[in-house]
Write a protein that binds this ligand. Structure first.
Ligand code: AMP
Length: 215
C-alpha cells in the first residue's frame, strides 16, 4: 500500500492516515511531523524550516526532498507508506517519482481530500495539540479533561503557532497556488481519487471504501 494524501491543512489527512493504518500495514510519513521533530531537536534542517513554518510558507524543496529520501529508505517504508503533506509542489512530486523508480516501486493511489476554506479555518483555529505525543484536541467538542494537559501522556496541550487565523489563511493561499495543481499531475497518471472531507467520520469510511476499490 503506497499512497499519498493531498488536501489543504486541516482536511484531516492525519486522521485518515491513522484509520488506514488500522487496516493496512504502512508507515505514516508526515513531513510536517518530521519537520516539527527537527525543530524540537534543534537540527540544522529544523532551524532552517522553522521560519517558513511559522509564517505559513513552504520550506525549500531541496530540504524536504533530502529529508524524504532518507525517510523512504527506512525499512518500515519499504513495506508501504501513507504520505501526508508530501509532495506539496510539482518539483517534490517529480523528485518522489525519481526516488520511487530508483527503489523499483510506484504509487497505488493519490487521495485528495476536498474541504472548503471556511471549514478549514473553523477546524484549525480550534485545534490544540499535545507537544509530547501529538494527540489532537479541539475547543468545540474535544478538550482535555484538565485544561492544557494531555489526557494520554500528561504533556502540554497547546495551539500550534501556525494554527492562528492569519497564518491559516496564508497556508490556504499557498495550498491553492502550489499544491492544488498536483491534482492534475496525478490525474494524468490515472492515480487520483477525490473524497469529501467536510464530514470527518463519513469521510473516513468513504475514504477506506474508495481505497479498497482503487488498489
Ligand atoms: P503540516 O503539518 O503538514 O501542515 O506542515 C506544517 C508546515 O511544515 C507547513 O506549513 C510548511 O511550512 C512545512 N511543510 C510540511 N510539509 C512540507 C512540504 N512537503 N514542503 C514544504 N514545506 C512543508
Amino acid at each position: 500500500m503506497k499512497i499519498i494524501l493531498i488536501g489543504p491543512p486541516g482536511a484531516g489527512k492525519g486522521t485518515q492516515a491513522a484509520a488506514i493504518r488500522e487496516i493496512y500495514p504502512a508507515a505514516h510519513i508526515s513531513t510536517g511531523d518530521l519537520l516539527r521533530d527537527n525543530v524540537r531537536r534543534g537540527t540544522v534542517p529544523g532551524l532552517e524550516a522553522r521560519r517558513y513554518m511559522d509564517s505559513g510558507s513552504l520550506a525549500p524543496d531541496d530540504l524536504i526532498i533530502n529529508m524524504m529520501k532518507d525517510r523512504l529508505a527506512e525499512d518500515d517504508a519499504r513495506i508501504g507508506f501513507i504520505l501526508d503533506g508530501f509532495p506539496r509542489t510539482t518539483a517534490q512530486a517529480e523528485a518522489l517519482d525519481a526516488i520511487l523508480s530508483s527503489m523499483q516501486t510506484g504509487l497505488d493511489a493519490v487521495l485528495m481530500l476536498d474541504i472548503s476554506d471556511e471549514d478549514v479555518v473553523r477546524r484549525l483555529s480550534g485545534r490544540r495539540v499535545c507537544v509530547s505525543c501529538g494527540a489532537i484536541y479541539n475547543t468545540v467538542n474535544r478538550s482535555p479533561e484538565k485544561e492544557g494537559v494531555c489526557d494520554s501522556c500528561g504533556g502540554a496541550v497547546i495551539q500550534r503557532n501556525d494554527d492562528h487565523e492569519p497564518v491559516i489563511r496564508r497556508r490556504l493561499a499557498v495550498y491553492h497556488a502550489d499544491t492544488a495543481p498536483l491534482t492534475a499531475y496525478y490525474d494524468k497518471k490515472g492515480l487520483l481519487r477525490r473524497i469529501g472531507a467536510s464530514e470527518a467520520p463519513d469521510a473516513a469510511l468513504l475514504f477506506l471504501e474508495t481505497l479498497k476499490g482503487a488498489i
